[in-house]
Design a protein around this ligand. Structure first.
Ligand SMILES: NC(=O)c1ccc[n+]([C@@H]2O[C@H](COP(=O)([O-])OP(=O)(O)OC[C@H]3O[C@@H](n4cnc5c(N)ncnc54)[C@H](O)[C@@H]3O)[C@@H](O)[C@H]2O)c1
Ligand SMILES: [Zn+2]
Ligand SMILES: [Zn+2]
Length: 369
């Protein structure tokens, strides 16, 4: 079939919205009609050429939600008409990691996904016979995409898809960092560095876990306002003094849980330094630049602080994304507050501009139905 898609042709240049050929889903694959897709930093990171593992030409996009159109041979867990959220972090339910509760990093299709291929080593997108690669196993900047069955979470059809798409990346990452990776205990003190999509999700996750005190630090007053809306009890304008300020707010000890959601290694260090001695856990969500390292004084670790990293919030997508969506539908998470702009697929580059200008939290592309 013919589909319109936003293609990364050349690093550092605008995405080109053009018509591609999309082949039918093969065994274990699903054809999805996209309804909405968020524009996330990782798309821009790859488009800009900053990501050393990037490749082109490829169809970008990974924060998608849509409806199953057709399924390939052997697909049993999904049927046409099902509503789905796309998962750049799949869940095969069979590999060593999927069977272990300690991680969500499924091993099933990592290698092919990293090369922009579907699990059988080929692409479904093409242009005049030339293969066009997939991106993060999702390629959701397209009217339709083909994805592995194990990379789709089936969700409640009552969930509006123009908001549900945020659970495909940023929102689940933040919520999961607090709920899965850190497993914040009720009554705790928490600090979240960064109030973008990921940090705001972490604030909401700390609230859902029953934290008593949730401090959020960001550079933008507007974003701190949003953090208060998600449950932050105190907000700080981030800077060199932030660690001291947090120690003051926590009887000199630091917080039980800290979260970094900025991508800045200096802020990661602040997150470690503002975690409490004895048991403070610093959870790193941000993606640092190539070659950057995290500088930590070892004594902080010997005296009981710990550091954890969190990819997609430790969320096992097919099992847990539907549950997070239920909590939203039950009124426990305010998702509307995150969507600042609605765009068409043709305006995808505008989504990058808005992101660079920090105009709003998320731009969401809506596909004409
Ligand atoms: N681990 C994962 O699976 C995963 C998934 C999605 C995104 N990410 C990463 O998470 C990070 C955050 O993503 P986002 O979409 O929320 O980004 P964002 O740019 O919208 O938000 C980052 C926020 O950090 C704030 N900030 C910058 N410097 C600061 C400082 N010194 N102190 C306090 N706040 C500061 C900015 O003002 C901004 O609001 C990025 O690095 C992104 O690549 C990771
Ligand atoms: Zn993302
Ligand atoms: Zn697996």
């Amino acid at each position: 079939m013919k589909v319109r898609a936003a293609v990364l042709e050349t690093f550092g240049e605008l995405l080109a919205v053009e018509e591609l050929e999309l082949a039918e889903p093969k065994a274990g694959e699903v054809l999805v009609r996209l309804v909405a897709c968020g524009v996330c930093h990782t798309d821009l990171y790859t488009a800009s050429g900053a990501d050393p593992s990037g490749y082109a030409p490829a169809v970008l996009g990974h924060e998608g939600a849509g409806v199953v159109e057709r399924v390939g041979h052997g697909v049993a867990s999904l049927a046409p008409g099902d509503h789905v959220v796309t998962l750049f972090s799949p869940q095969c339910r069979e590999c060593l990691h999927c069977r272990d509760e300690r991680t969500n990093l499924c091993l099933a299709i990592r290698e092919q996904q990293g090369q922009g291929l579907l699990p059988d080593g080929t692409t479904r997108f093409s242009r005049d016979g030339e293969p066009i690669r997939h991106f993060m196993g999702t390629s959701t900047f397209a009217e339709y995409t083909v994805m592995p069955e194990i990379a789709l979470a089936k969700i409640d059809p009552a969930a509006p898809l123009d908001l549900a798409c945020l659970f495909a990346c940023g929102l689940s990452t933040g919520l999961g960092a607090a709920m899965n990776t850190a497993r914040v205990r009720p009554g705790s003190t928490c600090v979240v560095f960064g109030a973008g999509m990921v940090g705001l999700g972490a604030v909401a996750g700390c609230r859902l876990q029953g934290a008593d005190q949730i401090v959020c630090a960001d550079l933008s007053e507007d974003r701190l306002e949003l953090a208060r809306g998600q449950g932050a009890t105190e907000t700080l304008v981030g800077g060199p003094e932030t660690v001291e300020q947090i120690l003051e707010l926590t009887d000199g000890f630091g917080a039980d849980y800290t979260f970094e959601a900025t991508g800045n290694v200096h802020v990661m260090r602040q997150a470690v330094e503002s975690a409490r001695m004895g048991w403070g856990l610093a959870t790193v969500c941000g993606v640092a630049g190539k070659g950057e390292t995290l500088d930590v004084i070892p004594r902080l670790l010997i005296t009981g602080r710990r550091i954890a990293g969190s990819s997609f919030g430790g969320v096992k997508g097919r099992d847990q994304v539907p549950k997070l969506i239920e909590r939203w539908l039950d009124g426990e998470i305010d998702v509307d507050a995150f969507v600042s702009h609605k765009l068409t697929l043709d305006e995808v580059n505008r989504g990058f501009e808005l992101m660079e200008a920090q105009d709003g939290i998320r731009s969401v592309i809506e596909f004409a139905g």
